[in-house]
Design a protein around this ligand. Structure first.
Ligand SMILES: [Zn+2]
Length: 287
Protein backbone atom coordinates (compact mmCIF):
# COMPACT_ATOMS: atom_id res chain seq x y z
CA UNK A 1 0.00 0.00 0.00
CA UNK A 2 1.31 3.45 -0.87
CA UNK A 3 1.70 5.81 2.05
CA UNK A 4 -0.24 9.07 2.18
CA UNK A 5 2.76 11.35 1.66
CA UNK A 6 2.02 15.05 1.24
CA UNK A 7 3.05 18.53 2.29
CA UNK A 8 1.90 21.83 3.70
CA UNK A 9 0.01 23.94 1.13
CA UNK A 10 -1.23 27.52 1.02
CA UNK A 11 -4.93 28.43 1.17
CA UNK A 12 -4.30 31.74 -0.64
CA UNK A 13 -6.85 30.74 -3.30
CA UNK A 14 -9.19 28.96 -0.87
CA UNK A 15 -9.58 25.51 0.67
CA UNK A 16 -10.71 23.64 -2.45
CA UNK A 17 -7.85 25.20 -4.42
CA UNK A 18 -5.42 24.02 -1.73
CA UNK A 19 -6.68 20.45 -2.17
CA UNK A 20 -6.31 20.71 -5.95
CA UNK A 21 -2.75 22.03 -5.53
CA UNK A 22 -1.88 19.08 -3.29
CA UNK A 23 -3.18 16.60 -5.85
CA UNK A 24 -1.25 18.35 -8.63
CA UNK A 25 1.96 17.97 -6.61
CA UNK A 26 1.45 14.23 -6.40
CA UNK A 27 0.48 14.44 -2.72
CA UNK A 28 -1.98 12.03 -1.13
CA UNK A 29 -2.40 14.23 1.93
CA UNK A 30 -1.86 17.87 2.87
CA UNK A 31 -1.78 20.32 5.74
CA UNK A 32 -3.01 23.92 5.73
CA UNK A 33 -3.48 26.90 8.02
CA UNK A 34 -7.27 27.37 8.29
CA UNK A 35 -6.80 31.11 8.89
CA UNK A 36 -4.04 33.70 9.28
CA UNK A 37 -1.11 31.77 10.84
CA UNK A 38 0.34 34.87 12.50
CA UNK A 39 -2.72 35.76 14.55
CA UNK A 40 -5.26 34.28 16.97
CA UNK A 41 -8.05 36.27 15.33
CA UNK A 42 -11.10 34.24 14.28
CA UNK A 43 -12.33 34.27 10.71
CA UNK A 44 -15.66 34.02 8.95
CA UNK A 45 -14.99 31.40 6.34
CA UNK A 46 -16.53 30.43 3.03
CA UNK A 47 -18.57 27.30 3.88
CA UNK A 48 -19.25 26.49 0.25
CA UNK A 49 -15.52 26.50 -0.55
CA UNK A 50 -14.86 24.29 2.50
CA UNK A 51 -17.55 21.81 1.39
CA UNK A 52 -16.01 21.72 -2.11
CA UNK A 53 -12.65 20.94 -0.49
CA UNK A 54 -14.23 18.09 1.45
CA UNK A 55 -15.91 16.65 -1.66
CA UNK A 56 -12.72 16.91 -3.73
CA UNK A 57 -10.67 15.15 -1.04
CA UNK A 58 -13.20 12.35 -0.77
CA UNK A 59 -13.27 11.90 -4.54
CA UNK A 60 -9.47 11.69 -4.80
CA UNK A 61 -8.66 9.86 -1.56
CA UNK A 62 -6.82 12.86 -0.11
CA UNK A 63 -6.42 13.21 3.67
CA UNK A 64 -6.01 16.64 5.20
CA UNK A 65 -5.05 18.13 8.55
CA UNK A 66 -5.16 21.74 9.69
CA UNK A 67 -2.55 23.54 11.79
CA UNK A 68 -3.20 26.19 14.45
CA UNK A 69 -1.63 29.66 14.24
CA UNK A 70 1.96 30.26 15.43
CA UNK A 71 1.04 32.32 18.55
CA UNK A 72 -1.08 29.41 19.91
CA UNK A 73 0.05 28.25 23.34
CA UNK A 74 -2.12 25.85 25.33
CA UNK A 75 -0.19 26.57 28.53
CA UNK A 76 -0.75 30.34 28.60
CA UNK A 77 -1.16 31.84 32.05
CA UNK A 78 -2.95 35.07 31.08
CA UNK A 79 -6.77 34.59 31.24
CA UNK A 80 -7.51 36.99 28.34
CA UNK A 81 -4.97 35.36 26.12
CA UNK A 82 -6.24 31.91 27.15
CA UNK A 83 -9.80 32.93 26.15
CA UNK A 84 -8.52 34.22 22.82
CA UNK A 85 -6.64 30.95 22.29
CA UNK A 86 -9.80 28.92 22.99
CA UNK A 87 -11.80 30.96 20.43
CA UNK A 88 -9.03 30.67 17.84
CA UNK A 89 -8.79 26.87 18.13
CA UNK A 90 -12.59 26.47 18.08
CA UNK A 91 -12.59 28.43 14.82
CA UNK A 92 -9.81 26.19 13.44
CA UNK A 93 -11.84 23.11 14.42
CA UNK A 94 -14.97 24.44 12.69
CA UNK A 95 -13.04 25.07 9.46
CA UNK A 96 -11.30 21.69 9.65
CA UNK A 97 -14.67 19.99 10.15
CA UNK A 98 -16.18 21.77 7.15
CA UNK A 99 -13.15 20.84 4.99
CA UNK A 100 -13.44 17.19 6.04
CA UNK A 101 -10.05 17.21 7.77
CA UNK A 102 -8.91 14.62 10.31
CA UNK A 103 -8.11 17.28 12.88
CA UNK A 104 -6.21 20.37 13.93
CA UNK A 105 -2.57 20.12 14.97
CA UNK A 106 -1.75 22.01 18.19
CA UNK A 107 1.71 22.05 19.73
CA UNK A 108 1.98 20.75 23.27
CA UNK A 109 2.00 23.82 25.54
CA UNK A 110 5.09 25.91 26.18
CA UNK A 111 5.61 26.84 29.77
CA UNK A 112 8.53 28.73 31.22
CA UNK A 113 6.89 30.68 34.03
CA UNK A 114 8.91 32.11 36.89
CA UNK A 115 8.79 29.02 39.05
CA UNK A 116 8.81 26.91 35.87
CA UNK A 117 6.96 24.15 37.67
CA UNK A 118 6.04 21.79 34.84
CA UNK A 119 3.00 20.55 36.77
CA UNK A 120 1.53 24.03 36.59
CA UNK A 121 2.23 24.08 32.84
CA UNK A 122 0.31 20.81 32.42
CA UNK A 123 -2.50 22.16 34.57
CA UNK A 124 -2.88 25.27 32.40
CA UNK A 125 -2.83 23.17 29.28
CA UNK A 126 -5.45 20.70 30.50
CA UNK A 127 -7.65 23.60 31.53
CA UNK A 128 -7.41 25.23 28.08
CA UNK A 129 -8.08 21.94 26.30
CA UNK A 130 -11.12 21.21 28.46
CA UNK A 131 -12.48 24.70 27.74
CA UNK A 132 -12.19 24.03 24.00
CA UNK A 133 -13.49 20.50 23.96
CA UNK A 134 -16.46 21.20 26.20
CA UNK A 135 -17.66 23.55 23.45
CA UNK A 136 -16.87 21.19 20.59
CA UNK A 137 -18.95 18.27 19.35
CA UNK A 138 -17.66 17.79 15.80
CA UNK A 139 -15.61 14.88 14.43
CA UNK A 140 -12.42 16.90 13.81
CA UNK A 141 -9.88 16.08 16.51
CA UNK A 142 -7.30 18.12 18.36
CA UNK A 143 -3.94 16.58 17.37
CA UNK A 144 -1.32 17.23 20.03
CA UNK A 145 2.18 17.60 18.61
CA UNK A 146 5.35 16.72 20.51
CA UNK A 147 7.75 19.59 21.29
CA UNK A 148 11.42 19.89 20.32
CA UNK A 149 12.20 21.54 23.67
CA UNK A 150 13.25 24.87 22.19
CA UNK A 151 10.75 27.06 24.04
CA UNK A 152 10.55 25.20 27.35
CA UNK A 153 11.04 21.71 28.68
CA UNK A 154 7.52 20.26 28.59
CA UNK A 155 5.97 18.07 25.89
CA UNK A 156 9.10 16.28 24.72
CA UNK A 157 8.11 12.76 25.80
CA UNK A 158 5.41 10.26 24.87
CA UNK A 159 4.62 9.85 28.56
CA UNK A 160 3.58 13.52 28.85
CA UNK A 161 1.44 13.37 25.71
CA UNK A 162 -0.46 10.26 26.73
CA UNK A 163 -0.78 11.38 30.36
CA UNK A 164 -2.17 14.82 29.50
CA UNK A 165 -4.66 13.23 27.12
CA UNK A 166 -5.81 10.76 29.76
CA UNK A 167 -6.49 13.59 32.23
CA UNK A 168 -8.88 15.47 29.92
CA UNK A 169 -12.66 15.51 30.38
CA UNK A 170 -13.12 14.20 26.84
CA UNK A 171 -9.92 12.41 25.75
CA UNK A 172 -11.69 10.78 22.81
CA UNK A 173 -11.55 14.16 21.01
CA UNK A 174 -7.75 14.23 21.12
CA UNK A 175 -5.21 12.38 18.99
CA UNK A 176 -1.49 12.88 18.33
CA UNK A 177 0.73 14.23 15.58
CA UNK A 178 4.34 13.00 15.68
CA UNK A 179 6.91 15.47 14.38
CA UNK A 180 10.09 13.54 13.52
CA UNK A 181 12.36 16.59 13.75
CA UNK A 182 10.99 17.49 17.19
CA UNK A 183 11.30 13.87 18.39
CA UNK A 184 14.93 13.87 17.26
CA UNK A 185 15.84 17.34 18.58
CA UNK A 186 14.25 16.56 21.95
CA UNK A 187 16.53 13.53 22.33
CA UNK A 188 13.59 11.08 22.61
CA UNK A 189 14.61 9.58 19.25
CA UNK A 190 18.31 9.31 18.43
CA UNK A 191 17.90 7.86 14.95
CA UNK A 192 19.16 4.40 15.98
CA UNK A 193 16.71 3.62 18.81
CA UNK A 194 13.41 3.58 16.89
CA UNK A 195 12.51 0.00 18.00
CA UNK A 196 12.64 1.15 21.63
CA UNK A 197 10.61 4.31 20.93
CA UNK A 198 8.01 2.28 19.01
CA UNK A 199 7.79 -0.29 21.78
CA UNK A 200 7.14 2.46 24.31
CA UNK A 201 4.56 4.05 21.98
CA UNK A 202 2.70 0.70 21.90
CA UNK A 203 2.83 0.20 25.65
CA UNK A 204 1.58 3.72 26.38
CA UNK A 205 -1.23 3.48 23.81
CA UNK A 206 0.33 6.42 21.90
CA UNK A 207 0.14 4.65 18.54
CA UNK A 208 -3.59 3.95 19.05
CA UNK A 209 -4.22 7.70 18.99
CA UNK A 210 -1.56 8.69 16.44
CA UNK A 211 -3.35 10.38 13.51
CA UNK A 212 -0.62 12.23 11.57
CA UNK A 213 3.12 12.50 10.97
CA UNK A 214 5.12 15.66 10.37
CA UNK A 215 8.01 14.26 8.37
CA UNK A 216 11.05 16.48 8.69
CA UNK A 217 14.79 15.91 8.84
CA UNK A 218 16.65 17.99 11.44
CA UNK A 219 19.38 20.58 10.93
CA UNK A 220 20.63 20.06 14.50
CA UNK A 221 21.72 16.87 16.31
CA UNK A 222 19.60 14.72 18.60
CA UNK A 223 19.24 16.25 22.05
CA UNK A 224 20.06 19.77 20.80
CA UNK A 225 16.50 20.94 21.58
CA UNK A 226 16.76 23.22 18.54
CA UNK A 227 13.88 23.11 16.09
CA UNK A 228 15.02 23.61 12.52
CA UNK A 229 13.61 21.40 9.79
CA UNK A 230 15.83 20.05 6.99
CA UNK A 231 14.92 18.32 3.73
CA UNK A 232 14.63 14.53 3.88
CA UNK A 233 18.09 12.94 3.83
CA UNK A 234 19.85 16.29 4.09
CA UNK A 235 19.88 16.60 7.88
CA UNK A 236 21.20 14.95 11.03
CA UNK A 237 18.50 12.22 11.05
CA UNK A 238 19.19 10.93 7.54
CA UNK A 239 17.14 9.05 5.00
CA UNK A 240 17.68 5.57 6.42
CA UNK A 241 16.42 6.37 9.92
CA UNK A 242 13.39 8.22 8.55
CA UNK A 243 12.52 5.30 6.25
CA UNK A 244 12.84 2.86 9.15
CA UNK A 245 10.38 4.97 11.14
CA UNK A 246 7.95 5.19 8.22
CA UNK A 247 7.87 1.43 7.79
CA UNK A 248 6.26 0.97 11.20
CA UNK A 249 2.96 -0.87 10.66
CA UNK A 250 0.95 1.58 12.81
CA UNK A 251 1.93 4.46 10.50
CA UNK A 252 0.85 2.88 7.20
CA UNK A 253 -2.45 4.74 6.68
CA UNK A 254 -1.56 8.10 8.25
CA UNK A 255 -1.10 11.44 6.50
CA UNK A 256 2.68 12.02 6.30
CA UNK A 257 3.22 15.74 5.90
CA UNK A 258 6.48 17.35 4.79
CA UNK A 259 7.19 20.66 6.53
CA UNK A 260 10.62 20.91 4.97
CA UNK A 261 12.14 23.97 3.27
CA UNK A 262 10.59 24.38 -0.19
CA UNK A 263 12.89 24.72 -3.20
CA UNK A 264 12.94 27.84 -5.39
CA UNK A 265 9.74 26.90 -7.25
CA UNK A 266 8.00 26.68 -3.88
CA UNK A 267 6.69 23.16 -4.44
CA UNK A 268 7.40 19.86 -2.74
CA UNK A 269 6.66 17.82 -5.87
CA UNK A 270 10.18 16.39 -6.16
CA UNK A 271 10.57 15.60 -2.47
CA UNK A 272 7.21 13.77 -2.45
CA UNK A 273 8.21 11.76 -5.55
CA UNK A 274 11.63 11.00 -4.05
CA UNK A 275 10.05 9.76 -0.84
CA UNK A 276 7.43 7.62 -2.62
CA UNK A 277 10.21 6.04 -4.69
CA UNK A 278 12.35 5.28 -1.64
CA UNK A 279 9.37 3.86 0.23
CA UNK A 280 8.51 1.61 -2.74
CA UNK A 281 12.11 0.35 -2.87
CA UNK A 282 12.23 -0.20 0.89
CA UNK A 283 8.90 -2.04 0.71
CA UNK A 284 9.98 -4.36 -2.11
CA UNK A 285 13.27 -5.00 -0.32
CA UNK A 286 11.35 -6.37 2.62
CA UNK A 287 9.35 -9.00 0.78
ZN1 LIG B 1 5.57 19.98 12.97
Amino acid sequence: MRMKVGCHVSIRAGYAAAARTALRLGARSFQYFPKNPRSLAVKTFDRRDARLCQAFCREHGLLSIAHTAYPTNLAVDDPDLAAKTVRSILCDLAIAEACGSVGVVVHFGQYKGEAADPLYGYHLMIHTLNEILNQWDGDALILLENNAGQGGAIGMTLEELTQVRSLLDRPEQVGFCLDTCHAFASGMWRGDNWPEVAEKARKLGYFDQLKAIHLNDSVYPSGSRRDRHANIGRGAIGEEALLTLLQTAELAALPVILETPAPADGSHREEIAFLQERLALAGSGQT
